[in-house]
Write a protein that binds this ligand. Structure first.
Ligand code: MMA
Ligand code: CA
Length: 201
């Protein structure tokens, strides 16, 4: 029969092997920090985390850690392949197609995203990277509202970042969409042109 100390050594060793996962679980800063680990029933005696028994919490947490790892590997593959660009929390991609504004927006939304919408210089540069790769102007997720000259995001909120080309916007209500030039600057433009589709997710 195993002594209590060798039982604990085995338990701790087994748990340390999975510590790469356990240590990332919120509320479980470190395996050895779990109060009660030294108790006879080990993790099963943990106070409930997220309202779950400790053992189930850890199992769920391990699944989440594995999923995150798998997703980040997929992101690495897609980035290496040049299929996506990640900027902050956004993922940008293009199908390489040049279509009018409504069709571009529709294909982004069908895929669960929306048209790429730069909200800061970093995002503008990331979108520009795709514009340059295809060497094609692209429609952005920006529209002119009812009031001429008032451009908004697709949800109607006012822009908090702009990169207008000099003398733009100049359409005075006749150019309700916005395209990105191959230098990253913006032009208000009619919505019926064929422009590169770039989506964000
Ligand atoms: C085109 C059209 C406009 C743009 C001007 C810039 C002639 O119109 O693309 O949207 O402002 O060019 O010269
Ligand atoms: Ca214009």
């Amino acid at each position: 029969m195993l002594s209590y100390s060798s039982y604990m050594l085995t338990a701790v060793t087994v748990l340390l092997v999975t510590c790469h996962a356990l240590c990332k679980c919120p509320g479980v800063p470190g395996l050895l920090d779990i109060p009660g680990l030294s108790g006879r029933d080990g993790l099963k005696r943990q106070p409930h985390l997220l309202g779950l028994p400790g053992s189930l919490y850890i199992e769920l947490c391990n699944v989440l850690v594995e999923l995150k790892h798998r997703i980040s590997r997929l992101e690495g593959v897609l980035t290496l392949d040049g299929k996506i660009i990640e900027v902050g929390e956004k993922i940008l991609t293009s199908n390489g197609k040049e279509v009018d504004f409504a069709s571009a927006l529709e294909s982004c939304e069908e895929a669960g995203g929306t048209l790429a919408t730069p909200t800061n210089e970093e995002e503008n540069k990331a979108i520009l990277g795709i514009v340059k790769r295809y060497n094609r102007f692209a429609y952005l997720g920006i529209k002119e509202g009812e009031i001429s000259g008032q451009f908004t995001y697709m949800n109607g909120m006012p822009l908090n970042y702009t990169k207008w080309h000099t003398h733009e916007p100049n359409g005075k209500g006749t150019e309700k969409c916005v395209e990105m030039y191959t230098d990253g600057s913006w032009n208000d433009k009619k919505c019926n042109q064929n422009r590169l589709t770039i989506c964000e997710f």
